[in-house]
Design a protein. Sequence first.
Length: 119
Amino acid sequence: VQLQASGGGSVQAGGFLTLSCAASGRDPTLYQMAWWRQAPGKQRELVASITTGGSTDYAESVKGRFTISRGNAKNSMYLQMNKLAPEDTAVYFCNAVHNYALGTARWAWGQGTLVTVSS
């Protein structure tokens, strides 16, 4: 499976970005998918997930600001990020969920996309 996250960039606090994820080699609609992020010096954390049925869940730190969704194209997924804050600065990755409780991913990591939020 090849995963490609895109859409990152540099924004000021309060701004917004939309990240996109494209998956090839597997049909992501068959899996619970999620976005993770890794800030400098920190562990990767799961921030948003979406089940095959469309149910979503978010980390407390992004709840109310981020929205995960699946695209019309079979292999696409998005993360709409609003009211961005400097603490959202991280490399963002997409993947399928292996163990939600543990926050582990199913497939090898693709190249993430960097989000930088300045104050």
